[in-house]
Design a protein around this ligand. Sequence first.
Ligand code: ADP
Ligand code: MG
Length: 700
Amino acid sequence: MSQLLDTKIEFLKGVGPLKAEALKSELGIFTVGDLISHYPFRHEDRSKIYTVAEILRQEDIYVQLKGQIFPQGIVGQGPGRRFTATFRDHTGEIELVWFKSISYIEKYIKPGIQFLIHGKISNFKGRINMAHPELEALTSEFNPSLLGLTPVYPLTEGLKRKKIENKLLNQLTKQVVTQAYFQVPECLPVSVIHKFKFVSRTQALADLHFPPNLQRLEEAKRRLKFDELFYLQLRHLQLKGNRNRTIRGLVFEHVGEHFNTYYNNYMPFELTNAQKRVLKEIRMDVKTGKQMNRLLQGDVGSGKTMVAMLSMLLCLDNGHQACIMAPTEILAIQHSISITEWMENMNVNVALLTGSTTKKNRIEILQKLAAGEIDILVGTHALLEEDVAFQKLGFVVIDEQHRFGVAQRARLWKKGQVVPHILVMTATPIPRTLAMTVYGDLDVSVIDEMPAGRKPIVTVHRHESTRPLFMDFLRDEIAKGRQIYYVFPLIEDSEKLALKSLMSGYDMVCEYLSPPTYKYSFIHGKMKPADKESEMKKFKQGQTNIMVATTVIEVGVNVPNASVMVIENAERFGLAQLHQLRGRVGRGAEQSYCILISGEKLSENGRKRIKTMVKTNDGFEIAKVDLELRGPGELDGTKQSGVLDLKLADIRSDESILIAARNEAILWLEFDEMLMQPESLPIRNELSKTPNRTIWSKIS
Ligand code: ADP
Ligand code: MG
C-alpha cells in the first residue's frame, strides 16, 4: 500500500536520471509520496475549447484552441531571434511565437495534424498572438481525460531551464493517481470522517490533483485543509498536555497581605471588569498545582501592567520572588518607575537590572537577589545572564513578548529550581485564528475593555503641504498644557544618515515651534541609555513639551499627559507599528489626537494602512487588516510557527475549518489523551511519520 508512495521517482515512466535529479534538487521530490504532496496552486479549466473568432477582442487571458499549425520560420537575430507559426481553426488565425526551444518546436509541429494549444493571448494592434503555447498533438495517443480541470503546479526557474514544465508534473501525477492500487494511509479516525462527511484521504488527494468538477475540488480541499489544521492543533495540545503532566507547578494558594493591602488601600484606580476577569483566570491557574503558561493579549493602554503587578504580589504572598522582563531599556526603566511608585507604601523591594546598570550596583543587586532580599526584579535581557540567580523565583512576566526569541524565553525559567509560572503579555493583538495557530499550546487571556473615561483617539491624515496648519494646532494643545510626541521613521540605511535625517526633522519642527519657548526631549536608538533615561524623565515630569523621537518610543511608553502623536512619513510604517505608536497617547482623560503625515503619492498598501488607522482604534480590527495585507508570514512572531508550513489552509479565509479542527482535536484528546485506543490508530501512525516539530511558542 504505502509501497507505492515510497517508490523512488526514477521509477515513474517519463523520469530519466536528469529529470529525477532536477525534481529532487529543485522541489525536494524524491518519492511518489513527495510528488503527491506537491499540490497544484490552481486549476485551469481545459474543458472549454475556444475559437479564434471568440477571442478576437480579448487580451491577457488563458485560452485553449483547437486547429492546425503552419510554420513560418525563424526571424530576427540575437535575443530577438524567434520562430513563428500561424495557428488556424475554422474561424480565423492567430500568430504563435517561440523564443526558446526552437529546434524542438520546429520538429514537433507538422501541418496536417490537429493540435490543442493552450496559453495566454496578447493583442497587439488587433493582431492576436500567443508566446510559448503548450502543444498537444491530437494523435491516437491523445488521452482526452487530460481535458477538464487541470492542475497548475508551482515550478522553479531552475526547473524551467531544465525543460521540466507543468505538463510533465501533470503526466507524472496522473500516472500515480489513476493507478488502480493508488492508496494513501488514512490519517483520520473513521468517526471523524463520518462526522464531517469527508471523502477519504486517498480520494481527496486524487481529486485535489485531478478534480472531475469544481465541487469535488472543493470537497478535497476541505478535507485536506482540515487534516493540516487538525494535526497542527493536536500537536499544540499534546505539548500542553505533556507539560501539565510532567511539570509540577508552584501552588499559590492564598491571597495574602501584600495583595490585599495594595488592592484595598493603595491601588490608584478600580480595575476594569476585563482586568478582574483576567486576574481571576490567573489566580485559578496558579492554585491548581499546574504550571501556568498564559498569554495575555490586550490592546495598547488596556492596563496589562497592573494585572502583572497584582499577579506578582500574589506570588510574593506565597513566599516567592517575581520578575518582569521588557524588550527595551526605556520600557524597563518605565516599569521600574511605575512599580516603585505603586509600591511606595508597601513593604516590597523593587530593583532594576539592565545592561547599563553599573558594576557595583549589579553586584549588590545579585547578592540581594540570591539572599531573597529583592522581591521584584525589573529588567531587560540582562535578566537572562548566567549569574542572575534568584533565591526563589515563582512568577515571570514577559512584556511585549513577541520581541523576544524562543531561546531567550526558555532561559528565564531555568533560573528557578522549580519552573515558575509564566505570563507573557503582548500588545500586538493578533486575530483569534492566528493566536490559535501560533499560540495553540498556551492559555490565552484577553483584556477587551479599556479603562473608563478614555476618549477614543481622533486620527487624521494630512499631507506635508498642510504642515503650517497642524503646527498651529500643536501650539494650541501645548498652550492647554498638553505634551506632544513627534516621530520620524528611520529612512536611511546607514546609522549616520538616519541620525542626520532625524536631526533635520528635529530642526524642521523647531522652526515652527521654536525653543526656548518650546522645550524638547530628543531620543533615538543610538543614544546612551543614561541620556535616554534623562530625556524620558524630563518629558514624563512635564519639563519638556515635545518629544522628538524615532520608533524607540514605540513600545509601552506611558505619559498620560501627552495628547498628540504626530507621525511623519506615516506611509513607511507598518500597521502594527502605527497602532503601537498611536497607543502612546489617549492614556489620560483628555481628548487625544494622532496626525499621520504623508506625501501626496501613496502606494495602494500605504493608503490602505493609513485609511485603516483613520477609521478605527480597535487593535484587533487593525490586526485583521494587517494579516490580510501582509499574510501571516510577515506578522511578528509567526516566522517560526507552524502557520507557514500550511500548504493548503489559509488562516485568513479558513477560520471555520480551523475552529472545527481545534475543537475536534480537543474532543479527541479528551476521549483518548494518550492515543492508546484502537480508534486512535490512524492518528498514532500519522504522528509517528513526522516527528513533532518544536513549536516555537513553547516556553518551558
Ligand atoms: P498596556 O496594556 O498597554 O501595557 P498600561 O498597563 O501601560 O497599558 O496602562 C495604560 C495606562 O492606564 C496606565 O497609565 C495605567 O496606570 C492606566 N490604567 C490601567 N488600568 C486602569 C484602570 N482600571 N483604570 C484607570 N486607569 C488604568
Ligand atoms: Mg505595556
